[in-house]
Design a protein around this ligand. Sequence first.
Ligand code: CA
Length: 419
Amino acid sequence: MLTSFIPVDKESHFPIQNLPFSAFETEDGEIHLCSAIGDYVIDLFVLDEAGLFDGKHLKDQFAFQDSTLNFFMGLGKPAWQEARQTLTNLLDKENPTLRDDDLLRSRVFIPMEDVEMVMPVEIGDYTDFYSSEQHAFNVGSMFRDPDNALMPNWKHLPVGYHGRASSIVLSGTDLHRPKGQTIPNDSDQPVFSDSKLLDFELEVGFFTGPGNELGDTISVDNAEDHIFGMVLVNDWSARDIQKWEYQPLGPFLAKNWATSISPWIVTLDALSPFRLDMPEQDPEVLPYLNQKNRSTFDINLEVYLDNEKLNEPHKLATSNYKHMYWSMAQQLAHQTVTGCNVRPGDIYASGTISGNTEDSYGSMLELTWKGTKPVQLNDGSERKFIQDGDNIIMTGYAENDDYRIGFGVVEGKILPAKQ
Ligand code: CA
């Protein structure tokens, strides 16, 4: 098995097999692109400046001397794979280039605990899908009828809506409870107040690479070549605002005030040992969605709630990315089938991921069944929805006998509404 001269704990999310991409703020206040190994950030600016990305796709491109990944994302899969191979070689325990250069090593590896991560992408557009069947079934059962929980279109197309990119924030950003218009249960007149039914949504998103020109499409069998990598997503939702506003055009302000993402973008190459075939779809889909060898990834997902009163974070849910009805490739083919253009640095979220057991649901709405079954926390208190001071932490990783390919965490604390 490939190993690095940098020691990596077996439970670490960042072995040499991962090599995710992100950005951090240096001691001098500059933004540098980075990767990660073990407990260290790898400063890609320093490696690029030293001329070590010298393959045919990256030589003289200065791809890692930008402050965002957008240019690198736009170079496409051959450049991504070359960067991954270059890093793998440089970190290999048998390779002296970096291993034996003390000065360069001291500039390239920075303890993760000493740095602040920053948003690594200038995000252009954000689409949020609704691709977990159990989630769609749960919501449909609660708000309509268990016998007709899925809308007639659900198994024919990946349902989604265009979200808000400006309010996507990095893990660790605290958020004020939103205010808005809601309708009390016993009234036909709306009121304006703090959202009372604040929720998280456990999702995984992907960033796109090259994309397509306006008017062109991305075919389902080529779509993965346009997927740069994946992050954890908490798509915060104000359920009471959503309930009043959503018909007939779908979610609007309930979801536009914040979406949190994890800082590390994990590539599909790193996740490839964890591919799982997806079951045949019934009913059969239209040809533009009919993907050969449909597959997904076995990624464990966990959600925790923490606050000042709890001794330790309380686990709310355990789920898995494999519980998806639609693949990322189908989502991207559907997004572009009209000729909609996709650009480097756009993000596409999966929709809430719920498994088929009550402890694997990906939102408070489902875990507490609209608040009818409150969750008991380990300090004896109860939650129907998120309270001020609650920190929601999500983590995710794929795992085999030898290593983990992890995403780190996405977390965010809810502060009282601004007055
Ligand atoms: Ca969502």
